[in-house]
Design a binder for this molecule. Structure first.
Ligand SMILES: [Zn+2]
Length: 701
């Protein structure tokens, strides 16, 4: 029996899962190219081909400075209010001494200097997100901010700390708790509450509690019902594509610099330590549910299908304190997140904020969240709740109003406008989700991607249509000439329309790619939304230099594998199957995992690998029996199937060659697949020595 290849099936799958879920072992101290002085000049640009903001971009910048409500400085006061102490370090390292968090990279934002490469509103939130240290929210409630993408909130229970969300990685979470204990007096953690399924809210759990204490009942872990189903599954099936797109949305390959990465809307960035997951012991399943946690009465409001598939807000009546999880922060969120995910439900989101407003918001004295800073005073709490409720509600209603009048998914972002009253409120600004991509998302959710023009129902591939356009436009010469003319006039989008055709027709035309990159860069500088800015700047970088190298994630986290259902894993095997290689091959295989009492019928027919939970085939070609706990070991690459067989932990009946055959038919996905033409390099080298492009791989929001 040959099983040598089998283990690699599991390993290769695992790599993909982890790439989208985990941070790599890679440094986040990779970017050392921040601005060198007070006068920002193009010499400081991390990219030798990079350009300064044009006079057109500067004019737009000046206009934003004049028209946005900068006289409203309440966010600055609130972001500082309750400050207790900041640590004497600005980096957090893992056990091996590698830097996994470094807020100091962004210190250029503390120079009180205007950067004209950054939209003034974006620089505002980027500066506000520099809040760092321990803060008091109200009596008995504290937050550690600036240690990761998210906040850790500590609530004084009768016997210890109740933690609301625990950051992304063990290292940052441990550092946050340690710092809080040093300042406030050491207390044990008695409960952890996960607000929702995104990794920056649960991944640090092993830095603050032990699983043994959870099993022994000493520590409660509380989460909304369905938490474990969604914590992992949202990112698996399309994982490689999401991971690649993340390089755009999160700009993970962009150096930290006024010309590059300046913020991630919810906070500075994501830590790159080790991510864990301890399953909840208490599920909140009713729409509204009360619980006394370590002596503190809490009212949970479930908000499924809002910012995450499952999420909950919490109200603490005795403190009149309302925790809005990630449903209401200091930015409008993504209705469509650009890394790729199912489009979210803006109407439900708006209604759940309304429910919070009328259930708790009329008496709350303070509102806080898993990102950004609290809002104090009932009037202010209501103001922010109402602004966000109405922003989600307005975009939903008005975009559909437009759609019902014939405005399409390809036009709506040019037509839809946020009402002036909301534009003037900082809490309704679109730092994370842009107005443009969120408005398109609303139509996409209801009507799909088709604009009802028959041509766009079955469009030609751009690589095939572009040469015809280029030929008709008289070839590369006139296009470059017109492109330059439009660029000089500050007409970056029309210039990009033309140049994009040329780049698709002539992927090796570097002059065209450089000019298109120049357009993308100016468009990027002009964006308020980090997601859109990062995407344009990442595109510019790749057009100029090719897809950056850098190591890919290689960490293996047992917690995530454990949390992944066998069904999700088998579904992904089906996605990896190369249809052509599987032509004409059929088999039936049973997989039985006695320890969790599951069985699966896996069948290959018509180049399709299907799996059916709860069934087995009587005439299977192969039956594989092993405990799920042992399957985990194989999935993590800790043990091979041969080992498991020798140890008697796995049993096979029938033809074991089927496993090897299956391996041979699976595709390996390229984590650096080409997005823009002519950007794929033959060979990648790690660039961490020269300014660094090592990418943490991470998905959230
Ligand atoms: Zn978050």
């Amino acid at each position: 029996m040959k099983f040598t290849n089998t283990n690699s099936v599991f390993k290769s799958l695992l790599t993909l899962f982890l790439m989208v879920l985990l941070f790599s072992q890679l440094s986040c101290s990779n970017q050392n190219t921040e601005s060198s002085g007070d006068d920002l000049s193009v010499a400081d640009h991390f990219d030798p081909k990079g350009k300064a903001p044009s006079k057109h971009t500067l004019a737009i910048w000046e206009n934003w400075k004049k028209t946005l409500p900068f006289e409203d400085k309440r966010d600055y006061e609130e972001a500082q209010k309750g400050f207790i102490a900041a640590p004497d370090f600005r980096q957090i390292k893992n056990a091996e001494g590698r830097v996994i968090w470094d807020i100091g990279r962004y210190d250029f934002l503390l120079k009180e200097q205007d950067y004209q490469t950054i939209h003034p509103s974006l620089q505002r939130i980027a500066t506000l997100n520099m809040g760092y240290g321990l803060f008091k929210v109200t009596d008995g409630i504290y937050q550690v901010r600036g240690f990761d993408l998210s906040n850790m909130t500590l609530i004084e229970g009768k016997t210890g700390w109740i933690l609301y969300d625990v950051l992304t990685t063990k290292e940052t979470a441990a550092a946050a708790l340690k710092f809080a204990n040093e300042q406030l007096g050491e207390r044990p953690v008695t409960a952890v509450i996960y607000s929702h399924t995104h990794a920056d809210h649960f991944g640090g759990v092993r830095g603050v509690i032990n699983e043994e204490d959870v099993i022994a009942g000493k520590v409660k872990v509380i989460a909304p019902a369905g938490f474990m189903d969604f914590a992992v599954s949202e990112n698996v099936i399309a994982g490689n594509a999401m991971n690649r797109r993340l390089f755009y949305q999160y700009g993970v390959l962009l150096p930290v610099s006024p010309y590059g990465h300046v913020d991630q809307a919810l906070s500075k960035n994501v830590s790159s330590g080790s991510l864990g997951l301890i399953a909840p012991t208490i599920s909140i399943s009713k729409p509204i549910e009360e619980l006394v946690v370590d002596g503190v009465k809490m009212i949970f409001q479930n908000t499924p299908n809002t910012e995450a598939p499952v999420e909950m807000n919490t109200y603490i009546p005795e403190k009149k304190a309302l925790w809005m999880a990630e449903n209401v922060t200091a930015t409008i969120h993504n209705i469509y997140t650009l890394r790729g995910a199912l489009v979210r439900d803006a109407l439900t989101w708006s209604k759940k904020i309304s429910e919070a407003l009328y259930m708790f918001g009329e008496e709350a004295d303070v509102m806080f969240a898993s990102h950004h800073w609290p809002r104090w005073g009932n009037e202010r709490v209501q103001e922010v709740l109402r602004a966000q409720r109405d922003t989600y509600g307005h975009i939903h209603n008005t975009v559909l109003n437009l759609a019902n009048q014939g405005v399409t998914v390809n036009e709506v972002h040019n037509v839809y406008e946020v009402p002036a009253s909301l534009q003037k409120q900082w809490s309704a600004r679109s730092y994370h989700g842009s107005v443009e991509h969120n408005s398109r998302a609303i139509i996409n959710r209801y009507l799909g991607y088709w604009d009802a023009n028959p041509l766009t129902l079955i469009p030609m591939p751009e690589r095939e249509s572009a040469p015809l356009f280029v030929e008709m436009m008289g070839g590369a010469g006139p296009i470059i000439e017109k492109g330059k003319e439009l660029f000089e006039e500050g007409k970056y989008k029309p210039a990009a329309e033309l140049l994009n055709k040329l780049v698709f027709a002539e992927p090796q035309n570097q002059e065209a790619k450089d000019l298109l990159a120049d357009c993308y860069e100016q468009i990027g500088y002009q964006q308020e939304s980090t997601s859109v800015r990062n995407s344009f700047l990442a595109g510019a970088y790749e057009l100029r230099n090719g897809i950056p190298g850098g190591e890919m994630p290689k960490s293996v986290t047992p917690d995530i594998i454990r949390a992944m259902s066998t069904e999700t894993w088998l579904d992904f095997l089906g996605v990896k199957l190369n249809s052509k290689k599987a032509e004409g091959i059929t088999f039936k295989m049973n997989i039985i995992t006695p320890d969790n009492n599951e069985k699966f019928l896996v069948e290959l027919s018509n180049s399709t690998l299907s799996n059916l939970k709860g069934f087995t085939a009587k005439n299977a070609d192969l039956t594989l029996t092993l405990n799920r706990s042992d399957l985990n070991m194989a999935m993590m690459g800790v043990k091979s199937f041969e080992d498991l067989l020798k140890e008697g932990k796995a049993k096979v009946e029938g033809n074991p060659q089927i496993l090897a055959q299956l391996v041979g038919m699976l595709d390996e996905f390229d984590p650096r697949f080409e997005i823009l033409p002519g950007t794929k390099k033959e060979k990648y080298q790690s660039q961490s020595a020269d300014g660094g492009f090592d990418a943490p791989a991470y998905i959230e929001d």
